[in-house]
Design a protein around this ligand. Structure first.
Ligand code: BG6
Ligand code: MG
Length: 219
């Protein structure tokens, strides 16, 4: 008998491709600071909190900044990012995602968001997805960045479920590590060449996921 009763979804890279907007904003900041920031560099920022991203940028640029300066620059980056995501609409939901979440809810599975982003609420509202989640845990609720399991443990708590009854959908290695650290099953969304330590791996929600649904949920 299957015991999965809750699904916890990361946001950026799982439900919507916001990495391109984060990239544009970090690139704009690094250009202002006088160095280049590549798409490869951007991979290091996936799944980690804004201030951890700032630390990575400082390292890439070889900068020496005070804590106040780092916070000032991270705020500046965020104001550009918020401007970029303000135009997002339902057409940017990754293919099949809304249908998948709707389907598992119909099967009696509870759903939560488990994101590092402090902008998750704005994004879900723009995508008109807020009503699909029984609980929303985002960067405004957490104090520790992935791979710390805090975000997913708070998600399970909000769903009133033990960790072992939850499965996490994640596109970043930091997020998959966080799910493992939380003692949860995890589904990597992306490529097996990049993601490790996952129980299952999918390319996205547009493919046939019956096998995974059967393994996880349907008895
Ligand atoms: C994660 C992204 O979901 O949220 C990271 O993958 C990002 O790249 C983090 O840094 C924090 O986002 P925000 O919106 O709070 O700056
Ligand atoms: Mg992500």
């Amino acid at each position: 008998m299957n015991i999965i009763k809750g699904c916890i979804f990361d946001l950026d890279g799982v439900i919507v491709d916001t990495a391109k907007y984060h990239y544009l904003a970090w690139k704009r900041l690094s250009a202002e600071l006088g160095f280049d920031f590549t798409e490869k560099d951007n991979e290091r920022l996936k799944g980690v909190s804004r201030m951890v991203c700032m630390e990575i940028l400082v390292e890439i640029g070889g900068l020496s900044l005070s804590e106040d300066e780092k916070h000032f620059l991270a705020d500046k980056k965020n104001s550009w990012y918020v401007e970029y995501i303000s135009g997002m609409g339902e057409e940017e939901i990754l293919p099949g995602t809304r249908e998948f979440i709707t389907r598992i809810k119909a099967a009696g599975i509870k759903t939560a968001l488990g994101s590092a982003s402090k902008n998750a609420g704005i994004i879900l509202a723009n995508l008109r997805l807020l009503e699909l989640f029984d609980a929303i845990i985002d960067g405004t609720c957490t104090t520790k960045a992935k791979p710390d399991p805090e975000v997913f443990l708070l998600g399970a708590k909000a769903l009133n479920l033990p960790a072992h009854q939850c499965v996490v959908f994640e596109d970043s290695q930091a997020g998959l590590d966080a799910a493992n650290n939380a003692g949860m099953l995890c589904v990597g969304v992306g490529s097996a060449d990049i993601l490790t330590g996952t129980d299952f791996i999918i390319r996205g929600f547009d493919s046939n996921l019956d096998d995974i649904l059967n393994a996880l949920i349907v008895q």
